[in-house]
Design a protein around this ligand. Structure first.
Ligand SMILES: [Cu+2]
Length: 125
């Protein structure tokens, strides 16, 4: 009983904090990623895509897909959707292995955010 009350209170506080932060700034953080961080895919993806929780500036968006030898396999500059929420870049057919996605964006409030995560492509048969 007490435990569930605590969970509800914590969730309420978190949403309050999130709402407050949203009023003060619009730092852009990933809302979802495809492939997702930690995911292992049987079929290699044709692109890497990140959806942000706030619009980003097209001009400063960076997205790299780095293989185990340190090479960036992203094909050209990443594209930003018209509404500014989605950053995506094409990749060649990825071999089995683990890839690190590194992103760096500037929100429309001019604040920059950055991060990285990895995903894997399953080994051959
Ligand atoms: Cu900000």
């Amino acid at each position: 009983m007490r435990a569930s009350t605590l969970v509800v209170a914590t969730a309420g506080l978190l949403s309050f904090l999130t709402a407050s932060a949203g009023l003060v700034s619009a730092h852009a953080f990933p809302e979802s990623e495809a492939p997702a961080g930690g995911q292992t895919l049987n079929e290699p993806p044709s692109e890497v895509r990140i959806k942000y929780d706030a619009p980003i500036e097209k001009l400063f968006a960076q997205l790299a897909v780095i293989d185990s030898s340190g090479q960036n396999l992203a094909q050209g500059a990443p594209a930003v959707s018209d509404d500014g929420y989605i950053l995506a870049v094409k990749v060649p057919r990825l071999k089995p292995g683990t890839y690190v996605v590194k992103w760096r964006v500037v929100g429309i409030d001019t604040h920059h955010t950055e991060g990285s995560y990895s995903f894997s492509v399953a080994g051959g048969f």
